[in-house]
Ligand binder design. Structure first.
Ligand code: FE
Length: 204
């Protein structure tokens, strides 16, 4: 079955002024859609048509002959996940379980924020910064291009897209300003909390 472009979970102007409606229109309507369309073309009539997105990602990671399929499948997954990582009035310090986990594993929100910003700004070229749950702990990682925690075996809790298309219309070359706005005003901590709860249930 063909994959579909999921709608944004909010109106295209919901994240202004930190992410403009114009950026969301291009990023979701052009970039994300292009990955969905390319993925559907690649799997048409193939066994992958019957697989989930996660199954395709795991099976094609490290397979050079299927790099294009991996890249498009992973980018569909990454963007679908990324939209939920942001919300109007988000960002700043988390509360509850997420706060406790961040305090325990990073030594406080400020240390987490610095590590996340460092990862996001030092990722050379295109990629993603992630907060993941791995072996019972929260960790910050960065990945290149389309690579994601689904491929790496960690559980994604939150991500920031640091491809230029994510911020160039609003911030031009100022990636650190976009990442700071993501941390201060956009992170959807309720989504992070739900992901952490599911990750802990799965890994006991
Ligand atoms: Fe993107």
């Amino acid at each position: 079955m063909a994959f579909e472009l999921p709608p944004l979970p909010y109106p295209n102007n919901a994240l202004e002024p930190y992410v403009s409606a114009k950026t969301l229109d291009f990023h979701h309507g052009k970039h994300h859609k292009a990955y969905v369309d390319a993925l559907n073309k690649l799997i048409e009539g193939k066994p992958e048509e019957k697989q989930s997105l996660e199954e395709i990602i795991v099976a094609t990671h490290h397979d050079d002959a299927k790099a294009t399929l991996f890249n498009n499948a992973a980018q569909v997954w990454n963007h679908t996940f990324f939209w939920h990582c942001m919300t109007k009035g988000g960002g700043g310090d988390p509360q509850g379980e997420v706060k406790r986990a961040i305090d325990h594993d990073f030594g406080g929100y400020e240390k987490f924020a610095k590590e996340f910003k460092d990862a996001a700004t030092t990722q050379f070229g295109s990629g993603w910064a992630w907060l993941v749950f791995d072996a019972g702990k929260l960790k910050v990682i960065k990945t290149a291009n389309a690579v994601n925690p689904v491929a790496g075996g960690e559980t994604a809790l939150v991500t920031c897209d640091v491809w230029e298309h994510a911020y160039y219309l609003d911030y031009q070359n100022r990636r650190p300003d976009f990442v700071q706005a993501f941390l201060d005003h956009l992170i959807n901590w309720e989504f992070v909390a739900r992901n952490l709860e599911k990750a802990r249930e799965r890994h006991g």
